[in-house]
Design a protein around this ligand. Structure first.
Ligand code: S3P
Length: 169
């Protein structure tokens, strides 16, 4: 089974994904890391060079590579927070994987993301406004793509991984 983790930046997709893969004794890939490795440049540099649109095209291509490669047993993928805004990515996820939405309140996200300098979509106007605006656009998409949700506000990454493990086993 391929398990994809979705949710807003800072919801814990990568740290949960790593722990879930340990519980399942399977491999883990962070989609952003895979993109950086394939492109040979940072996410921020890709945004600067080809904009968000170009990044989404490449992100989808990378996700396709990961989802269509042969796997034995389980495989965990932490998606980027905006991957599910691309309809083609959503079809790929629906076709090949189970999807878990890691929810977090805007207050929690603000705490976890304060001081971030790496994520292009969080730079500029106030963090609070950025999170609010993007969450307004995305909350419905995350919920509609996911097979189930786990609230992360009160849990450690290992606690979240255990919750997912219980549901899929
Ligand atoms: C993005 C989330 C980032 C990264 C890029 C865009 C988004 O991944 O893919 O900066 O649109 O939400 P994380 O969710 O892993 O931070």
């Amino acid at each position: 089974m391929i398990i994809t983790l979705t949710g807003f930046m800072g919801c814990g997709k990568s740290s949960v994904g790593r722990r879930l893969a340990k519980l399942l004794s399977c491999s883990f890939v962070d989609l952003d890391d895979y993109i950086v490795e394939r492109a040979g440049k940072s996410v921020a540099d890709i945004f600067t060079e080809v904009g968000e649109k170009g990044f989404r095209v490449f992100e989808c291509q990378c996700l396709r590579e990961l989802l269509e490669r042969p796997v034995e047993g389980d495989f965990v993928i932490a998606l980027g927070g905006g991957a599910v805004t691309t309809p083609e990515c959503v079809s790929l996820i629906r076709q090949h994987a189970v999807c878990v939405y890691l929810t977090a309140s805007e207050e929690t996200l603000q705490k976890r993301l304060s001081g971030d300098t790496k994520r292009p979509l969080l730079q500029g106007e106030s963090l609070e406004q950025r999170i609010h605006r993007l969450m307004e656009q995305r909350a419905g998409i995350y919920a509609s793509v996911a097979d189930f949700e786990v609230a992360t506000d009160e849990l450690t990454p290992m606690g979240v991984a255990h919750e997912i493990f219980k549901v899929i086993n």
